[in-house]
Design a protein around this ligand. Structure first.
Ligand code: NAD
Ligand code: MG
Length: 393
């Protein structure tokens, strides 16, 4: 039996993880569940899965959940705050940690899991974007196993040769091709892009996801974050990574070899495939995902992303080239801008404006410690708030 802690169990990835785990009751035991503020949702999950721990990031919500569960489920300990999240990530009973909190809030508990030498199932790409080198160093130093959940990176991982950590050149890999659907606005009239609503932006053609990542997919900042994520996971330089628009979302990414081979991973767009892959690795197990019907799909298309429509992609490549804290600044500015867009305070097209202006204001420094990274994150959020204020005034 492997003990699992889920960071963010009430979210989209959290729910898919629970679905996969429930199909294999002999293999996995749910040790800990967690959420930000959804007391009713986490309470329901506790009744269904009877975990040893339940964590609410918000202290007031934790108190409310504790008051309810102390009578109903005395076997479940309710913890709170970032400390509680770090505690379940590093607990002795925990073997695998699903890192599925959205945004920078996921960084510290995910890092705690790596430092405790756990198998880390990484959905929270923002953690790696913020602290790539530090995080990868912690994985190696503490003997953690890092398995990508992001569908593209999981696909790349599946197509990589076993010795890819020795360096891509030595492993015979020439390029990584990351596919992208282009989101809901791939063909939307450019002149009307400034007027799209949050609900339009969250209506992804192929995937059902949380609101933040849905907006990131619409701007293609998601793909930018994924390019950065791929650089760290596979020790790749950005010039070896190509983004390919592939509207059907059937090929989840590809690896090109020096001998002319290109390996791809295909499947229906359903996150339960990468989740099951990472849980079972190096073996395979059922996920509940329908097999792919190639005759029904019929054709697969590929085009280059339009740089005018998707400026966030360029900003992400620029940040990874600048290095150090630049990617943490990019991430923080983007989180602030997406939140402002979802609250109706800025336009869709101003997300890129905020990110670019924040990157211009805050010089990149080396990202040698978690304190430096968190400080860059704070500074960027302050700067972004000023820029958002001036745009919405
Ligand atoms: P979501 O918004 O559906 O869920 C987020 C989860 O994190 C919820 O359980 C929420 O309670 C919790 N949370 C939010 N803020 C928190 C905080 N401050 N402290 C503690 N917990 C907090 O998001 P999602 O779509 O499941 O995405 C989660 C992560 O996985 C993101 O980093 C996203 O980029 C990545 N990801 C998601 C998908 C997908 O299909 N949804 C695919 C690839 C990668
Ligand atoms: Mg992805």
């Amino acid at each position: 039996m492997k003990g699992i802690a889920i960071l963010g169990s009430t979210g989209s990835i959290g729910l898919s993880t629970l679905d996969v785990v429930a199909r294999h009751p002999q293999e996995f035991e749910l040790i800990a569940l967690s959420a930000n503020k959804d007391v009713a949702g986490l309470r329901r999950q506790c009744h269904e899965y009877r975990p040893k721990y339940a964590v609410m990031a918000d202290a007031g919500c934790a108190a409310a959940l504790r008051a309810e569960l102390c009578q109903e489920l005395p076997g479940t300990r309710v913890l709170s705050g970032p400390e509680g999240l770090a505690e379940i990530a590093a607990a002795d009973e925990t073997d695998y940690v699903m890192a599925a909190i959205v945004g920078a809030a996921g960084l510290l508990p995910t890092l705690a899991a790596a430092r405790a030498g756990k198998r880390v199932l990484l959905a929270n790409k923002e953690a790696l974007v913020m602290s790539g080198k530090l995080f990868m160093d912690a994985v190696i130093e503490h003997g953690a196993e890092l398995l990508p959940i992001d569908s593209e990176h999981n696909a790349i991982f599946q197509c990589m040769p076993v010795n890819y950590r020795d360096g891509l050149t030595r492993a015979g890999v020439s390029r990584i091709l990351i596919t992208a659907s282009g989101g809901p606005f791939r063909d939307y009239p450019l002149e009307h892009l400034a007027d799209v609503t949050p609900d339009q932006a969250c209506k992804h053609p192929n995937w059902s996801m949380g609101r933040k990542i849905s907006v990131d997919s619409a701007t293609m900042m998601n793909k930018g974050l994924e390019v950065i994520e791929a650089c760290w996971l596979f020790a790749a330089t950005p010039d070896r990574i190509q983004v390919v628009l592939h509207p059907q979302s059937i090929i989840h990414s590809l690896v090109e070899y020096v001998d002319g081979s290109m390996l791809a991973q295909l499947g229906n767009p359903d996150m339960r495939t990468p989740i099951a892959h990472a849980l079972a690795w190096p073996e395979r197990m059922e996920s509940g995902v329908k097999p792919l019907d190639l005759f029904q799909i019929g054709r697969l298309d590929f085009t280059q992303p339009d740089p005018v429509r998707f400026p966030c992609l360029r900003l992400a490549f620029a940040a990874v080239a600048a290095g150090g804290t630049a990617t943490a600044v990019l991430n923080a500015a983007n989180e602030s801008a997406v939140a402002a867009f979802l609250e109706g305070r800025i336009r869709f097209t101003e997300i890129a404006t905020v990110v670019e202006a924040t990157l211009d204001e805050i010089p990149a420094s080396t990202a040698d410690s978690i304190e430096i990274i968190l400080d860059a994150d704070r500074q960027a959020r302050g700067e972004a708030a000023n820029i958002i204020g001036s745009l919405s005034a």
